[in-house]
Design a protein around this ligand. Structure first.
Ligand code: GLN
Length: 286
């Protein structure tokens, strides 16, 4: 067993960490991701360099991060990054960690944006910018505006767009559609907060460490969705679409809110776990 004076090899560190995190389903993947992060190596190097010893500095950092993971801190907060749509994003604790189910929102939006069309798109509450970036990456001819109420969060998004070389995305600070002025868009997308204030899920897993601003939406979880559906209709071109992510049990309520605001062609799509997750609606006239 390695002692403090002789840092372990990559292989030993991996095995030791998996044992330490063994209470978690994600023990192996967590140990590997933290190890790759501390040693700045990729997955292949975990095996090709397994006999390589860590430096004392790498081992110290690895032990610190393992400890924090043990206490429940999200992996993305420990590494400061998260992949979404196969693109790397810098993450700050001020915004939501991108989730795989949100890729459904991107997929459905892309179906509404022909590859060579020059469409205008808005992403409301962009967080680290993952949705806007994924769409901007797939549709380089489109023009995208990303809004967020939190200035620090928006600066992380701006940095991500720059790192990814996405010149077709602009940022505006403010709440939902408020910073959009008189602008109109062909597509508006958002993954707003949609958890009810008293929901016990707020105390479980990564969510317990994420900002309430990005998660909680009033006593019914619908307060942000309600505002967006109402505001967005005034910022859509005739024929434009609003696409929203929502909770697994909010399909009926969300459809009703779309209907009340005279959207048409309202449809809901299920995520990979089979949960109704994204609803879209179209505006004919304003
Ligand atoms: N748009 C970001 C995401 O989908 C942030 C969403 C949020 O903060 N609710 O991850």
């Amino acid at each position: 067993m390695p002692d403090q004076n002789t840092p372990p090899t990559i292989r030993q560190a991996r095995e030791q960490a998996i044992k330490e995190l063994s209470g978690r389903d994600s023990a192996t993947i967590d140990a590997e991701v933290l190890l790759m992060h501390c040693c700045t190596i990729d997955r292949g190097n975990l095996w090709t360099q397994e006999q390589q010893p860590l430096t004392a500095e790498q081992y110290d950092k690895f032990q610190q991060l393992l400890q924090l993971r043990h206490q429940g801190y999200p992996i993305a907060h420990l590494t400061g990054e998260k992949e979404f749509w196969s693109l790397p994003f810098a993450i700050s604790p001020n915004s939501l960690i991108p989730r795989p189910e949100t890729e459904l929102l991107v997929e459905q939006a892309l179906l509404r944006i022909a590859e060579t069309s020059v469409l205008s798109i808005a992403d409301l509450g962009t967080g680290c910018g993952n949705i806007a970036a994924a769409i901007g990456h797939e549709r380089p001819d489109s023009k995208i505006i990303a809004t967020d109420i939190d200035a620090d969060t928006l600066s992380v998004a701006r940095q991500n767009f720059e790192n990814l070389g996405l010149m077709n995305i602009g940022c505006l600070p403010g709440s939902w559609c408020e910073p959009l002025g008189k602008r109109r868009f062909n597509i508006i997308v958002s993954n707003p907060p949609y958890i009810a204030a008293g929901d016990p899920h707020l105390h479980q897993g990564d969510v317990a460490h994420e900002p309430g601003l990005a998660l909680i939406a009033g006593s019914d979880g619908l307060s942000a969705i309600r505002v967006i559906i109402e505001q967005a209709r005034h910022h859509l071109e005739p024929g434009g679409w609003l696409l929203l992510e929502h909770g697994f049990d909010q399909q009926d309520n969300v459809s009703r809110l779309f209907l009340q605001q005279d959207y048409i062609n309202i449809q809901c799509y299920r995520d990979l776990s089979g949960h109704p997750r994204v609803t879209e609606g179209q505006i004919t006239t304003n």
